[in-house]
Design a protein around this ligand. Structure first.
Ligand SMILES: Cc1cc2nc3c(=O)[nH]c(=O)nc-3n(C[C@H](O)[C@H](O)[C@H](O)COP(=O)(O)OP(=O)(O)OC[C@H]3O[C@@H](n4cnc5c(N)ncnc54)[C@H](O)[C@@H]3O)c2cc1C
Length: 416
């Protein structure tokens, strides 16, 4: 039998669950559909940083040159799988257009605004609902082994300082006072005090439980197969477990979102960007705070009784294979920065696909072709950071109320 629903959220990652929660908080009758399990996409094994002052987009001056150099190295943290794809070629051209100082300066303010608003929501939600997700606010230390990368790091810190992001430049001994287990050839660091981290999968499950308590119907193992429309509205959502007749639909399908481009009559310039992580039992030498090992592009995050390190960005389509050469390289690189990382007990080797837009800004807004569809996707490297505010904004759009932020920088129309 067809099911009538007021608000239907598609996707059970951080963005979908946050959206379902805020919709229910507004008093709406909400159903969430997830094709697999909750947090089975990118929202599980990521680095868990609530990087609310991290506002530097991936595209920037010199990034293409560095990317090309990395392409020649099979162990590098960056890779583009050569393939005949018009979408990839178009995406790369749009990315290239963002690789300049002017574009970077335009992208920083909206990233900061949504990041800071989102962090405020994290602290509210975690406190009010006592969400068990290993939240810690200890800042983040960027570490460098080469003078060239340290200079780039200092430049980023100066750029962010112009936007009110505090940081502290550290020489080798100051960095070692913060983290005693650094290897001798770490030459310096930059400390950003305004960074938090969580165990992301735990957050998604804990908030989903709260949302369930507010009446959200969560259907896992329920895949959306088709969206049927009439007169500029989605009228029927066909799934593996029957059809839904929604008044409103929120698409929070992360890296899978481009699959809906045709049915939504839209171009969604999102490339899946694969990354890997190792979750290990917390070693004695675990850092006190989250670290970024800059030349290797590795994030290290303490997570309660565990530690996670993650890296790589591979533009290879919807490919979930694990490249062991790269994951081995990650393990070796970790030991080049930190002592005591030799005999780690690996609990999980994971890969996930970031939904990456060319400008590193998410897509949040009403779908131009369907008046009852809201898009909440394309969060790239910062979907955990931005999920709560995205959820609130998407819920406000569904309710027809004034969004709490200017959504123009996030509208999909910027790409059309
Ligand atoms: C290695 C790595 C490290 C990262 N580190 C960080 C970090 O430190 N901080 C940060 O902010 N971000 C980080 N990210 C990015 C972050 O993980 C993502 O941006 C975020 O998880 C995206 O959330 P989402 O809900 O949009 O997508 P997902 O979590 O991928 O959720 C989308 C969901 O939609 C479901 N779905 C898809 N199609 C259908 C369908 N047809 N029917 C029903 N369900 C469907 C999928 O199964 C999936 O569960 C990292 C990512 C990676 C890979």
């Amino acid at each position: 039998m067809d099911k009538q629903v007021e608000a239907l959220v598609v996707g059970g990652g951080a963005v979908g669950v946050c959206t379902a929660f805020f919709l229910a908080q507004q008093g709406m009758q909400v159903t969430l559909l997830e094709k697999d399990a909750l947090a089975s996409g990118s929202s599980h094994g990521n680095a868990g940083l609530v990087a609310y002052n991290h506002a530097i987009p991936l595209a920037g001056p010199g990034v293409l040159g560095q990317g090309l150099r990395w392409l020649a190295d099979p162990e590098s943290p960056f890779y583009i799988k050569p393939r005949p794809s018009v979408e990839l070629a178009r995406w790369l051209l749009q990315f290239q257009a963002c690789c300049n100082e002017r574009a970077v300066r335009a992208i920083i303010p909206p990233l900061l605004e949504i990041g800071r608003a989102s962090h405020a929501l994290y602290t509210e939600l975690i406190e009010e609902y006592k969400l068990d997700c290993n939240y810690e606010h200890k800042g983040r230390l960027y570490l460098y082994r080469t003078a060239a990368m340290l200079r780039k790091g200092e430049h980023k810190a100066q750029l962010l300082a112009e936007h009110g992001v505090p940081s502290e430049l550290l020489d080798a001994s100051a960095a070692r006072r913060m983290e005693p287990n650094l290897q001798p050839d770490v030459i310096g660091g930059v400390y950003y005090p305004l960074y938090a981290h969580i165990t992301p999968g735990k957050f998604v499950h804990a908030l989903a439980e709260v949302a369930g308590g507010l009446g959200v119907n969560i259907h896992t193992q329920t895949e959306v197969l088709a969206l049927e429309s009439n007169a500029g509205r989605i009228t029927r959502v066909v799934t593996t477990r029957g059809d839904f007749l929604p008044q409103h639909v929120v698409m929070a399908t992360g890296a899978w979102s481009p699959e809906w481009s045709r049915q939504l009559k839209l171009r969604l310039p999102i490339q899946p960007a694969k990354g890997y992580s190792f979750t290990v039992r917390r070693p004695a030498a675990c850092p006190n705070m989250s670290l970024s090992l800059e030349e290797a592009q590795i994030a290290v995050t303490p997570m309660g009784s565990e530690m996670r390190f993650s890296s790589t960005l591979e533009l290879g389509g919807m490919d979930f294979s694990i490249n062991q050469r790269r994951t081995d390289a990650m393990r070796r690189a970790l030991s080049r920065y930190l002592k005591g990382m030799e005999n780690l007990e690996v609990l999980e080797l994971w890969r996930g696909l970031r939904p990456l837009t060319p400008d590193s800004l998410p897509i949040i807004g009403r779908s131009p072709q369907h008046s009852n569809v809201v898009l909440a996707t394309g969060h790239g490297m910062l979907g955990i950071t931005h999920a709560p505010m995205t959820g609130r904004l998407a819920a406000q759009l569904v309710a027809g109320s004034q969004p709490a932020m200017n959504l123009r920088p996030f509208q999909v129309e910027r790409f059309q």
